[in-house]
Each structure stands twice: as C-alpha cells, then as structure tokens.
Design a protein around this ligand. Structure first.
Ligand code: NAD
Ligand code: IPM
Ligand code: MN
Length: 348
C-alpha cells in the first residue's frame, strides 16, 4: 500500500506531519510512503505547482494524503502556475469527482460552534460535492466589451453524465446513512442547475428507498445555520459545495475539524482537510491538525479497507477532545504538535 504524501504550503507540512505520526503509531503492515511536491512549494522548487513526478506518484499511489496549497507570494502568477492548480489538476487528472465532506459535531465541541449548542449538537451531515466540472473547469479568460471595458468570464456547465455519476454518489451515500438526499442547486436562475435537477430526478428512480428533496443554494445556506439537523446528505456542484462546506465547518466548531475524501470510483482517493494553507498562522504551531488526522482515517476506510484502524483514529480524536485537547481555533492554547501528542496518547 503506497501512500503519496503531499504536504504543500503554509500549514500543510505542519498538519500532515501530525497525521503521519498517527498513521505511524498504527504500524500498519505493508504501508509505505513517498512524499511529493505540490503547490507554491513545487512551483518554487520545480517551476510548476503540479510537477510531472508528483502527478506520476499520485497515479501510482493507492491513496493520497494532501495538506493544503496556496501561497500569497504566488497570487500574481499566471493562473496555470498558481499553487491551487495542484489540487485542481490532481482532481481532474485522476478523475476524482466525488468529494465527501462530512460534518458532525463532537459533543464536547458544541460550545465552539458559531451556532447555539443545541442547534449545533444536531449536526450530522455529509456534503457530496462534485469536483471535476462546473464553473471551475469551463472556458475562462479576460476580454474587452464592445465599449472597451475589461471583462472576466468563467463558463459554468455540467453535462448529464457528470451529473448522473455524482447523483449516484449522493444516493449511495444517503442509502448508507439515514436515507435522505437534498440536492442543492440554483435551478430558478441557471440552466446548468435545471439540467442538474432534471438528471438527479431521473437517477432517483434507481433509489426508491432514498427520500429526495431539492433546495436552492441561497436557502440551503440559510437552512444550514437555522436548522442544520434537517440534513442527512447534500449533493451539489463544485462551487456551491465549496462554499457550503466551509460554512458547515463553522457550524460544527472550526474549519480545522472538517476532513474530506475525494474519490474516482476505482478505489483510489485523495484525502485532505477542507481548509486551506492558512498563511496567517503558518509556521506558528497554531494550526489544528485534526481535520488532517480525520482525513487519514477516511483514507484508511475508503481506499485501504482498514475500517478497524479508521475507527481507532476517530475514537482517539474523540477521546483527545473529551480529555480537553484544544488548539486556538477551538478556544484553547495547545500547539499543533501537542494536539498530535494528545491523539497519540489517546490511541495508546
Ligand atoms: P484557509 O482555509 O486557508 O483559512 C481561512 C481561515 O481559517 C484563516 O484564518 C486560517 O487561519 C483558519 N484556518 C484554516 N485552517 C485552520 C486550521 N487547521 N487550524 C486553525 N485555523 C485554521 O482559507 P483562505 O485564507 O481563504 O486561503 C488561504 C490559501 O489556501 C489560499 O491560497 C487558498 O487558495 C488556499 N486554499 C487551499 C485549499 C486546498 O489546498 N484544498 C483549500 C482552501 C483554500
Ligand atoms: C477546497 C479549496 C479549493 C477549491 C481551491 C484551493 C482550488 O477551496 O478544496 O475547498 O475551491 O476546491
Ligand atoms: Mn474550499
């Protein structure tokens, strides 16, 4: 079992190091690691955010554990050289289209939520976000209007095959959970969303056991803070899923807590926290590594079939939190390494 480790930029190396310590503590037989350069770090060392050797390693690996990419010093590079192209390129090149972002409150963190504890306590949802299409990957550029004004454009589109496969991901996830799927779109305005909704309804015929509902994305953003307990699985497009998942993170306590898996249907997966490189706290030992630790658990479960080991990591995180482990984002003072120590102690 080969794990590709892509720490990336900012807090990426700090948080991936803690996840690696946790994996090491499990001493899983036959698990090997190779590290690769991504993001601004790769651009600075090799001239490209996703160098060919990195892509080759990613394709060869059974699973990828990814930190974060993004470096303010690269923000004025041409778009294809920016750090973010590393994660977009990996998703596209490996066909990683199904991004699972679970949000569940650890009971002892309900007080950290931006919501009232009793509202936060009811959250147990999964956002299934499409990550190979939408406005992210359409034609884009700059042009001049007839009046000579500068104009930027990004074309939003989904074809029916793209919607169908993510709809299946959503229905299957709902079937394995509480049997409720809410498809989030903007069909009242966007043709892309009308096609999305039509195809989701077609696919629903295969899942009579799943209760399907539809919600406009603006309402979904509101409902996520009003009554997040109503959601089981949310399936949505790339852009809406990006935004709603950051919002969901604060509903459960911190963006430093939300893990993700991005799957391509062949068992291979990329595992990463939903947050970014957090340049504002990078190098200060302030980053919460738990989203990355929990992403490693998802990796064991979804790509390596190691369910018992995944359960052990999740139980250790819960125990560490119950024992009072708190990084600054959770209202505490523990460093990134001390948070890792707490998980290791709970694992022992
Ligand atoms: P961000 O998620 O990096 O940070 C937002 C805020 O949350 C910051 O205040 C940060 O300090 C805090 N935060 C994030 N992760 C944390 C953690 N683990 N512990 C404690 N606090 C945490 O979002 P941003 O500031 O909008 O973006 C910074 C860079 O990251 C940008 O270059 C962006 O493109 C990139 N980014 C990358 C990914 C990815 O690699 N998948 C995801 C999101 C953003
Ligand atoms: C995420 C990030 C990425 C996205 C960026 C860095 C390209 O925000 O993984 O959520 O928008 O998908
Ligand atoms: Mn995001």
């Amino acid at each position: 079992m080969l794990i590709a480790l892509f720490p990336g930029d900012g807090i990426g190396p700090e948080i991936v190091a803690q996840a690696k310590r946790v994996l090491d503590a499990l001493a899983i037989e036959g698990m090997t690691y190779e590290e690769g350069l991504v993001g601004g770090a790769a651009y600075k060392a090799a001239g490209h955010p996703l160098p060919p050797e990195t892509l080759e390693l990613a394709k060869r690996a059974d699973a990828i554990l990814f930190g974060a990419v993004g470096d303010p010093s690269c923000d004025s590079l041409e778009r294809h050289l920016r750090p973010e192209q590393a994660i977009l390129g990996l998703r596209k090149e490996l066909g990683l289209f199904s991004n699972l972002r679970p949000a569940k409150v650890f009971p002892e963190l309900a007080g950290e939520s931006a919501l009232k504890p009793e509202v936060a306590g009811a959250i147990d949802l999964l956002i299934v976000r499409e990550t190979n299409g939408d406005v992210y990957f359409g034609e884009k550029g700059f042009r001049k209007t007839a009046d000579g004004l500068r104009e930027g454009y990004d074309i939003m589109s989904y074809n029916e095959a793209e919607v169908r496969r993510i709809a299946h991901s959503g229905f299957q996830a709902a079937r394995a959970r509480r049997g409720k799927l809410c498809s989030v779109d903007k069909a009242n305005v966007l043709e892309t969303s009308q096609l999305w909704r039509d195809v989701v309804i077609e696919v629903s015929a295969d899942y009579p056991d799943v209760a399907l509902s539809h919600m406009y994305v603006d309402n979904a953003a509101m409902q996520l803070v009003r009554d997040p307990g109503q959601f089981d699985v949310i399936v949505t497009g790339n852009l809406f899923g990006d935004i709603l998942s950051d919002q969901a993170s604060m509903c459960v306590g911190s963006i430093g807590m939300l893990a993700s898996a991005t799957l391509n249907g062949s068992g291979q997966g990329l595992y990463e926290p939903i947050h970014g490189s957090a340049p504002d706290i990078a190098g200060q030992g302030k980053a919460n590594p738990l989203a990355t630790v929990l992403s490693a658990a998802m990796m064991l479960r979804y790509s390596l079939g190691l369910n018992a080991e995944a359960d052990r990591i999740e139980a250790a995180v819960a125990k560490a939190l119950a024992g009072g482990a708190r990084s600054p984002d959770l209202g505490g003072t523990m460093s990134t390494v001390e948070m890792g120590d707490a998980v290791l102690a709970a694992l022992a």
